[in-house]
Design a protein around this ligand. Structure first.
Ligand code: HXC
Length: 519
């Protein structure tokens, strides 16, 4: 073979590799509304930036007819490219090749890019679309998964790890995405479960569809496994790009500050009267978030899960930040098991990647009742407490209205090393609400008043007295627990100035092997 033939051979091999499992299977993939693994990479990365590794890798299996079925690349496309000019490493499972099933060599290809990502200090993105362990390869496949899991674990908190699920993701395969920072599922075309409907029926008798067991809606609303349910793969791809905008390349870098055209001192007059006069009337905290952040842009995580707390990425004066806000519009913004877990995970995510946290507080307390207690609200609530207390990134807290009891302490209070804690004049910072307090303090006396009218009058008077003393921010401000009471319309500016003031903050936790967070 002369050199021209050799180049031709290379080109032919590349063409063959790029065809994956063949035209028929590609057509099938398209007919189901799914892109191929290569199309996904093309759409995700900056144009022309992708460089592929291991295109010529093939599996080594000689059993069950696989010796006659070999595909260049072995069903997963790996390599690196850029997103908005920044390096990322990527693997994209190719369902057209043996159902995207994971073999020994398939796993080795993924491990190679994960190792490169760790060496370089750049994000790793996994696009999942796979029938799981390649059955013909037996334990080699299981070992391959474990190699990936181990790398996910070591990379956690070092480089951002983002998973998109664009097809099947079943069995133990679900644990790689679950170990990553962001999980995105495409609606109606993806599913995740440890055990599929058939085994579920055989073992428990439960008859359930794939969608109801592990579709995107289930994981975005009920289990919380998915941070995002994307309407389409295109939206899923956009969400990957968007998430990275707020994150640094690794834990030793800071997120990139971008130019901000939205005036930092923009007043939002409506905020001066957004809090209803009746403390029990709800309002939408997202209206506040959108009005104070740059350009009304808010990348909300877990939008459909534990809606009593709102979390996501925003920018303040061009600085990427995490927002955590109680949502009075849903369950009065109470903290329960799901809300505590959701917010704790997000706070730790921000802290791991040097993203400052802005907390908006309007919380009536923890949800009472046996369901919560039996479910371990003590442990789950402690997660959020732990996450805030452990976080060393800049922490700015604004108390909008209620901040009661244990929930006050949990929600980034001063003593959990809150850097700057502001309150609106509408803030109520106390051990509990007036009603509960009067019942406890005066229950006996109230019981002794036989005349219902007099009893009612007595309770109202005591509640008024209590509210006058505690339903305000000044009692906490008196002790320096609140640094300043601010005019609501000026909140955007005060947050940005606070963030700029504490941007150079240096705080480290005591040396330890790792903490023992109440998992
Ligand atoms: C080998 C597989 C495969 C697998 C699919 N294929 N899954 N080959 N190992 N795990 C092959 C099929 O034989 C078929 O080959 C091609 O991929 C496309 O699959 P279809 O079944 O035709 O596609 P579809 O009808 O869309 O169904 C998709 C599917 C189904 C629901 C994912 O393929 C399926 O149930 N696969 C098995 C899933 C599974 O049980 N996996 C193991 C999970 S346990 P041909 O040549 O006919 O086109 C696991 C343990 C991990 O993964 C443990 C980690 C710790």
């Amino acid at each position: 073979m002369n050199s021209i033939d050799r180049v031709k051979e290379l080109i032919d091999k590349r063409v063959k590799a790029r065809t994956g499992g063949g035209e028929k299977r590609i057509e099938k993939q398209h007919s189901q509304g799914r892109y191929t693994a290569r199309e996904r990479i093309e759409k995700l990365l900056d144009e022309g930036s992708f460089e592929e590794y291991d295109m010529f890798v093939t599996h080594r299996c000689r059993d069950f007819g696989l010796q006659d079925q070999s595909y260049l690349g072995d069903g997963v496309i790996t390599g690196h490219g850029t997103i908005d000019g920044r390096i990322v490493f990527i693997f994209s499972q190719d369902f057209t090749v043996l159902g995207g099933s994971l073999s020994e060599t398939f796993a080795q290809k993924i491990c190679k890019v994960m190792d490169q990502a760790m060496k370089v200090g750049a994000p790793i993105i996994g696009l999942n679309d796979s029938g799981g362990a390649r059955i013909q390869e037996g334990v080699l496949s299981l070992a391959g998964y474990a190699e990936i899991f181990q790398r996910n674990i070591l990379a956690s908190g070092v480089i951002p790890q983002i998973s998109a699920i664009f097809g099947p993701c079943a069995g133990g395969a679900v644990y790689s995405p679950a170990l990553t920072d962001v999980v995105i599922m495409s609606d109606k075309t993806s599913y995740m479960f440890v055990t599929g409907p058939k085994v579920t029926k055989a073992v428990t008798g439960e008859d359930i569809s794939v969608e109801d067991l592990g579709g995107a809606t289930v994981h975005a609303t009920k289990s919380g496994v998915a941070h995002f349910r994307a309407e389409s793969e295109d939206e899923g791809i956009m969400l990957i790009r968007k998430s990275l905008e707020y994150l640094p390349q690794n834990n030793l870098e800071d997120p990139i500050i971008t130019e901000c055209k939205d005036p930092i001192d923009r007043l939002v007059d409506g905020l001066n009267y957004i809090i209803p006069d009746n403390p029990n009337t709800p309002y939408d905290v997202k209206d506040i978030i959108y009005s104070i952040v740059d350009d009304e842009e808010f990348l909300e995580f877990h939008r459909h899960y534990a809606r009593n707390i709102v979390v996501g990425f925003v920018k303040f004066g061009g600085m990427p930040c995490g927002i955590v806000a109680n949502q009075p519009n849903y369950l009065a913004g109470v903290l329960d098991i799901e809300a505590s877990r959701k917010a704790a995970r997000f706070v730790r995510f921000c802290d791991a990647f040097n993203v400052p946290i802005v907390t908006l507080v309007d919380v009536p307390g923890f949800l009472p009742g046996s369901t919560q207690e039996y479910g371990g609200i003590i442990t789950h609530g402690a997660k959020l407490l732990f996450a805030y207390g452990e976080a060393t990134v800049p922490k700015i807290t604004i108390t909008l209205r209620k901040s009661y009891g244990g929930a006050h302490d949990v929600m980034s209070c001063k003593q959990l090393r809150g850097d700057i804690n502001y309150a609106w004049p509408t803030a109520e910072i106390a051990v509990m609400g007036a009603k509960g307090a009067i019942e406890i303090l005066y229950g006996k006396e109230v019981g002794e008043i036989t005349d219902p009218e007099k009893r009612k009058q007595f309770v109202l008077e005591k509640e008024k007295e209590y509210n006058e003393k505690f339903a305000n921010p000044y009692e906490a401000a008196k002790f320096g627990y609140i640094d300043d009471v601010i005019e609501p319309r000026n909140t955007r500016f005060r947050i940005i100035r606070a963030l700029r003031t504490v941007a150079t903050k240096k705080l480290t936790n005591p040396p330890k092997k790792h903490c023992n967070i109440p998992l």
